[in-house]
Each structure stands twice: as C-alpha cells, then as structure tokens.
Ligand binder design. Structure first.
Ligand SMILES: [Zn+2]
Length: 348
C-alpha cells in the first residue's frame, strides 16, 4: 500500500541532541506521535515487508502520523544517555514541535518498549500535559522480566561489558570490535537455535525473544538487520537498574553521585500517579518473553488504585511476543486495532 505524502524534520532537544520526525498526513483526525524502542528506529512502524504496516494503518484511519526518532534511534549518531535525559528532553521537545507544526491544542501518542518507558517518565514528571491519551505497548513504569533476563541483569552483564571496554552492544555486524563480535556471535549461535540468522540470534541474546518467529514473514526476518542496531551501554545499564528495582526510577549514579544530584542516597522513583490522569490503554503480547505481560498489568493495577479506574484499559494479544505487535505480518488485524481503539476514543 502506498503511503500519503511524507515530510521529514530534524530538530534539537533542549540539551542539543538531534531528534527526527517523519510525518504521514493521513487525514484530519489530528496528530499522533509514535515512538520506537531502544536499538531500533521508527522504521519498525513503516516496514516495507508487510502488507499493511502501522503507519499505513493509522493514516488509512484518518490520522496525521508523526514517527519520532528519539535519541535511542539507530538512525541517529550513537551516544551515551540515560532514559532520564531522553524523558526530560526528547519527548517534551517532540510534542512542542508537532503542536507548532500542526497548530493542534493537544496530541495523542503511541509508545513502545524503551520508548514507552522513557515517555512514561516524561508523563509522570508532568512534562507531557499536551498529550490527551496514550496507547502503550509492552512496558510503562513497572518491569517484570523472565528469569534468564533477570539473571543477566543481576549478574550485572552491563558492568562486565563496560569493564571490557565496550560502550555499546550491537545485534548487527560490528567492524570496530570484530574479535569480540565474532566470539559473541559464536556464543549466541550456540545457545539460540530457532533459525540460522546470526543477527536474529544476537538480538535474542541481548534483548530476549523480541518476536515470535511464526508472526514474522520471511521477508521481514531476512531484513532484520535493517531494523536493529546499537544500544548504548548507559541506557542498557539504566534499564537493568530499573529491572532490578521492579519499577522506574532515575539513573543510579552510586551513593555519592546520587546525594549530589538528587539529595538522597538512592535515585528517586517515577511512581507518581498525579500526571497520569488521562485515558491510557496498555497492550502486552501474551507470549512476550522480553517484558512479561505482568509488566503492564502492574502499572495498570497501580493506576486503577491511584486514579479513576475508568481511565485505563489493558489488552493481552494472544500468541504474540514483543515487537511482532507492530512487525508481524498479521498485526494489522491482531494488534493494531487495540492501539487505534484508544485514539478513536479521544477525538480532538
Ligand atoms: Zn530468527
């Protein structure tokens, strides 16, 4: 399916970091900001290898679609950052930019994985008051991971890699560290057997099982290297800290660093429901083995206790994993409608 007219914009967040927005004018239902996860890019929403991707689906439904490439995007220069920095800078700047361009009073948002996590930090900090509703994929402010992932985090894999001199992890070929990458590839090929793609195996080792193989078509699986890339070690470490804690908190700089920056020995929590009194739909894949469905269930239950429970909805998509909610060849019938339903319920 051909997409409507596209415009691309570059803009700088307040701390000078470049972000990008790609616009698909689908109709008059107002702007929707769509945010990707870590070590990927906005291309996960506009895959050329499936019959109807998420961008086409939203555009067809009449929305003005704005795909955000925030600082975690593999299409932007690799940099070290905490999710706090992205939350304070990228999302507020993107919301402002979209509002200015469209002259809309408010926008809607669809957010996924680490992009959802960072966006919810923005929201919880009161920095996204112009967002009137949210469709959230896989995680928000609570994290529950499978035991294997927990073990990696508890063993401080992140710290081990950093001490080996690596400041990023990559699922694609890595010419700067050929020796390490070759050992890494041999290792992950030994432990992951679902297919013969080394890129796919490295993705699984780094992030857990990001998709169910039966939900991706062959064309998408063959071209995974176009969708995945480097994840900087600082963001990875922040995610690991949050996983160990169970819910979102600011980056842990150690006792002295925390005292200096936060005035407390431990980093402050993001669990403040005050600014989350807007309609939110949470969507988890039933078979997500990166972030278990329990993750969104915890945020959903917490919010329903703290605020008006009628504001929140939650869906578990049968037989789906993590990113196949967007990249699956049948996602347009199996999961996209769940994200759309929330947008439709909050017209401009
Ligand atoms: Zn595979």
């Amino acid at each position: 399916m051909s997409l409507p007219v596209t415009e691309t914009y570059k803009f700088n967040a307040p701390d000078g970091v470049e972000n990008r927005l790609t616009r698909y004018r689908g109709g008059a239902k107002g702007p929707v900001m769509v945010a990707h996860g870590a070590a990927v890019w906005s291309g996960m929403f506009s895959l050329p290898t499936i019959q109807e991707n998420f961008t086409s689906y939203l555009a067809k439904s009449g929305y003005d679609v704005w795909l955000l490439d925030w600082r975690a995007s593999i299409k932007l220069p690799l940099r070290q950052f905490t999710l706090d920095e992205a939350a304070e800078n990228d999302f507020p700047a993107a919301i402002r930019f979209i509002k200015e361009q469209t002259r809309a009073d408010s926008i809607q948002a669809v957010v996924h994985c680490a992009g959802a996590s960072a966006f919810f930090m923005t929201l919880a900090s009161g920095l996204a008051r112009d967002v009137r509703c949210v469709s959230c994929s896989q995680i928000a402010l609570h994290y529950k991971v499978p035991p294997a992932m927990e073990t990696k985090c508890l063993l401080h894999l992140d710290a081990v890699l950093k001490s080996a001199g690596l400041d990023y992890l990559s699922s694609t070929d890595n010419p700067e560290h050929p020796h390490f990458q070759s050992l890494f590839t041999d290792f992950v090929n030994l432990v992951h057997h679902e297919c013969t793609s080394p890129v796919c195996h490295r993705i699984t080792f780094l992030f857990g099982h990001l998709y169910r193989h039966d939900k991706l078509n062959a064309a998408t699986h063959d071209r995974l290297s176009e969708q995945f890339g480097k994840c900087n070690i600082t963001a990875f470490r922040h995610l690991a800290q949050i996983i160990r804690n169970g819910s979102a908190l600011k980056y842990d700089y150690g006792r002295d660093g925390n005292l200096k920056l936060y005035g407390s020995e431990n980093p402050p929590s993001y669990l403040n429901p005050e600014h989350l009194r807007i309609p939110i739909t949470f969507v988890s894949g039933e078979l997500n083995r990166t972030y278990l469905p329990k993750s969104t269930e915890k945020t959903f239950d917490w919010l329903r206790t703290a605020n008006d429970p009628k504001l929140y909805k939650r869906h578990v998509v049968p037989e789906y994993g993590h990113i196949d909610n967007f990249m699956g060849y049948r996602a347009n019938t199996d999961s996209y409608p769940l994200f759309l339903e929330q947008l439709e319920a909050c017209p401009a």
